[in-house]
Design a protein around this ligand. Structure first.
Ligand SMILES: O=C(O)CCC(=O)C(=O)O
Length: 199
């Protein structure tokens, strides 16, 4: 399996990118399944204002793994679907990490995005590993060091997997910026650990 590891390079983010984690046929099937999941338009409180999150979101996972982010959006998991659970097991097998939840983002077109952030919610425990699977339209994923001295761009393609290793969230931020290109839908699934009972 072709795999790109940057994390042995000095000043590179601790990530591994596997462009063809899924075959095209597997990725097409999974995309169809994901488009039928329960997606919701959430609102986030920022600077005292309630704004629409610029993408649709969903969460599946173990019971008791509610996920609160930005002290504002609470996601309560639905039970695993069979395809998501089987994907979780393949990713656990490959990466050696364990995951209790998967958060989905549906980017309807190039206007949908996620801004600079790190995923450091207490509910994931200390130094979580996060595995991010992409389906549909290719989008630019940017990652930069907290001191802004180092930055890298990845083009996350259909069926690819990006594993953010422990420590990545403490020292690096990432985003998927808006684009004016006419592009189609993209689904991103981030498999995460969760310390049950902590929000
Ligand atoms: O869509 C992506 O590739 C990134 C998603 C992300 O950063 C997140 O869910 O926290």
């Amino acid at each position: 399996m072709q795999q790109l590891s940057l994390f042995k390079k000095v000043d590179a983010p601790p990530v591994q990118y596997i462009p063809s984690f899924l075959s095209k046929e597997q990725a097409d099937l999974l995309l169809r399944h994901c488009l039928d999941l329960e997606w919701q338009q959430n609102q986030i409180k920022m600077l005292g204002k309630l704004l629409q999150v610029p993408r649709l979101e969903t969460i599946y996972g173990d019971e008791g793994c509610d996920y609160l982010y930005s002290n504002s959006v609470l996601l309560t998991p639905r039970p695993w679907t069979a395809p998501l659970d089987s994907l979780r097991q393949s990713i656990e097998h490959l990466s050696g990490y364990q995951f209790n939840i998967v958060i989905g983002n549906l980017y309807r077109d190039g206007r949908d995005s996620i801004g600079w952030h790190s995923d450091a919610e207490k509910s994931m425990g200390v130094k979580p590993a996060i595995a991010s699977l992409s389906l549909g339209a290719e989008r630019k994923f940017q990652i930069r060091s907290n001191d802004k001295k180092h930055s890298y761009d990845f083009w996350l393609g259909h069926g690819s997997l990006l594993v953010m290793q422990p420590g990545c969230q403490s020292n690096w931020k990432h985003q998927v910026p808006k684009t004016s290109s006419l592009i189609g839908r993209r689904v991103n699934l981030t498999f995460r650990p969760h310390v049950k009972g902590i929000k």
